[in-house]
Design a protein around this ligand. Structure first.
Ligand SMILES: NC(=O)c1ccc[n+]([C@@H]2O[C@H](COP(=O)([O-])OP(=O)(O)OC[C@H]3O[C@@H](n4cnc5c(N)ncnc54)[C@H](O)[C@@H]3O)[C@@H](O)[C@H]2O)c1
Length: 296
């Protein structure tokens, strides 16, 4: 494993690229949007600066990390010599299926194809490729350079060897891999999203306000972040789409998204990334939240 292609330079893609590059891998960061690539590289640089300021890494580490990343707008160009692809594009089934068809076409035959999807079936994604045995879920958490967990999702056809390679690789990134089978929401979101949805229902039913709900969960349950602040940080559109996948996948009304969440997404209130969700995010406040997460 030397060359890692990362598809998507958004919230997760830039964090994944940052992490692999920091641990010495050559990263080809690919996005259809040049603006996203520029923003992604700027975010990586800002986060590395934070790490240097906190003395987690040196200035030389920062330079080495940035030198390991090359940006591409073409999948075909970017994946030519990839040993592993980690796809972190927008959470949309049709888009992901198209990307995996392209990856299957343009990657060498033995390239492992991983998806960072939060909820879409790895088995379905693998089924559009000619190599389902080497397709796997590699679900990093946000912010990737900081969060220790990688959920490794085995699709129906994922081979044990592929699992082992991805598990070992995750350990080399100083992460803790956890083995999970391929069912809607996997483990992390199957447990987290109903809690977030219930927190939204609690506002919707007029039981308590945003700050009150988050305070109960932080001080009462020792959560480092309230569920509503966390939802803002994940993105309310992402939360909604994961709930929809679980609702559809299990045909169980307990996963039905709260109408307030649906309304907020339709109104464009997507959380930190759009400047407003359950909380207001002027640039300073967003920076404050991220900076706290990057402190030692
Ligand atoms: N946000 C989170 O907290 C979080 C956590 C874990 C997993 N995920 C998953 O990670 C993935 C990415 O989520 P995100 O929050 O980073 O999204 P995002 O919207 O921040 O970034 C998505 C990026 O994908 C790019 N893109 C779209 N189509 C593309 C294509 N055809 N080729 C290349 N790039 C393309 C977009 O330009 C954008 O830059 C999703 O599958 C999501 O479910 C998100």
């Amino acid at each position: 494993m030397k060359n890692i292609a990362v598809i998507g330079a958004g919230t997760m893609g830039n964090g994944i690229a940052h992490t692999f590059a920091q641990f010495g891998y050559k990263v080809q960061l690919i996005d259809v949007s040049q603006t996203s690539l520029d923003k992604g590289i700027a975010t990586i640089t800002k986060n590395l600066d934070r790490m240097v300021a906190k003395e987690t890494i040196s200035e030389a580490d920062k330079k080495r990390t940035l030198a390991n990343i090359t940006a591409f707008t073409s999948i075909e160009e970017g994946v030519k010599s990839a040993n592993l692809v980690v796809e972190a594009a927008t959470e949309n089934v049709d888009l992901k299926l198209k990307i995996f068809r392209d990856l299957d076409k343009y990657c060498p035959a033995d390239t492992i194809l991983a998806s960072n999807t939060s909820s879409i079936s790895i088995t379905q994604i693998a089924s559009v490729t000619s190599r389902p045995g080497i397709v796997i879920g590699m679900h990093f958490m946000n912010p990737v350079p900081i969060m220790k967990l990688v959920e490794i999702i085995k699709g129906y056809s994922t081979s044990p060897e592929t699992f082992k390679i991805v598990e070992e690789l995750s350990k080399k990134l100083n992460k803790v891999p956890v083995e999970v089978n391929d069912y809607p929401g996997f483990v992390a979101n199957r447990i987290l999203m109903p809690m977030i949805n219930e927190a939204v229902e609690t506002i919707y039913n007029g039981v308590a306000g945003v700050k009150e709900i988050d305070t109960v969960m932080m001080l009462g349950m020792a959560h480092p972040m309230g569920p509503l602040a966390l939802a803002d940080f994940i993105g309310l559109d992402v939360c909604l789409s994961i709930l929809k996948v679980m609702h559809e996948g299990f045909k169980n009304p307990k996963y039905a998204p709260c109408p307030l969440l649906v309304n907020m997404v339709m109104a464009g209130k997507l959380g930190a990334k759009s400047g407003e969700g359950f909380y207001d995010y002027s640039e300073n406040r967003k920076a404050e939240v991220v900076s706290k997460m990057f402190s030692k």
